[in-house]
Design a protein around this ligand. Sequence first.
Ligand SMILES: NC(=O)c1ccc[n+]([C@@H]2O[C@H](COP(=O)([O-])OP(=O)(O)OC[C@H]3O[C@@H](n4cnc5c(N)ncnc54)[C@H](OP(=O)(O)O)[C@@H]3O)[C@@H](O)[C@H]2O)c1
Length: 313
Amino acid sequence: MRRRTLGNTGIELPELVLGTWGLSGDGYGQVDEADQEQVITRALGLGIDAFDTADAYAKGKMEERLGRLLAEREGAVVITKIGTDRAATPPIKRFDAEYLREAALASKARLGRRIDVLLLHNPSTLALDKPHVAQTMKDLCEEGVARAWGVSIGDAAIGTRAMEQGAQVLELAYNAFHPQDLAGVVTLAKEKQVGLIGRSALAHGLLCGQWPSTKQFPQGDHRRDRWTLDDFKKRISQLSALRPSVRGDVTSLRAAALRFALSEPALSAVVIGPRSAVQLDQLLREAGKEPPYLEEDARTALKHRLVNVGILP
Ligand SMILES: NC(=O)c1ccc[n+]([C@@H]2O[C@H](COP(=O)([O-])OP(=O)(O)OC[C@H]3O[C@@H](n4cnc5c(N)ncnc54)[C@H](OP(=O)(O)O)[C@@H]3O)[C@@H](O)[C@H]2O)c1
């Protein structure tokens, strides 16, 4: 597994990081514990020794699981996120200093190790504007609770604010249908040497191109409410822009989507979200082993087609 440097943090990440939201059962529906563990241990065996998680995933159980499975793995990297108080009903966002400190220490205890990258989990710009937020994260790094801090962002404006407050890392959605957040932060990130981590490379599975436009998602699957019926149909039809990218060693839409993210040089890593060992193996097999994951001319042609279907301006 090739590695890239994460901004100025001194941390090196494998190009693919294992995300654990889908595995946790939150978001997409239940995954058996044995299957969760199989995916994590298989990822380690394949050279993926970095994991993206959050204290909120399975109410802390995913951090506990990672802590146990990584106990003997010197050098494994854990990225986790805080800022969702799931003790409250319904869960609320909390970014006050006392809560952040308590949450970070609880994550560290569950993981049984120093946190490598501690992220604020989807804060608003309003939350980031409170000076105690960045200060608390910096203090936690100085105290050795975490090596680096950053923000998992919902849009480029939040990313910009985070970098102005000193965030060392941004995690953001990045895929062929959602390139705008990266475009909005990349210049300042380069200037400040902020590490960028891409997630949702498959647009939650949409870019695999395996769904009919009538697809229905079960209760408990976040995709049930993510798209309106019309928007969903439009998105499925826009996959026509991605289809011509399937050629040569790019053997599927899934491969094209993953390689689109991997071929973005501004990203230090792409967080993948397989929910089974079979999905993990497919992704690894199809990702390709080295740059260019998607040839420059193929990338340029894809961008033109994304303009034609109305995704890019
Ligand atoms: N705010 C945040 O901080 C935030 C938000 C989102 C994600 N994340 C992180 O990023 C990770 C990935 O995010 P994501 O879930 O949005 O990723 P994604 O890769 O865009 O979507 C994951 C979904 O893609 C489908 N998939 C994966 N591998 C497949 C394969 N080989 N063949 C067919 N379908 C496949 C699965 O759908 P099915 O379930 O239908 O099989 C899976 O649930 C998460 O686990 C989490 O760690 C963080």
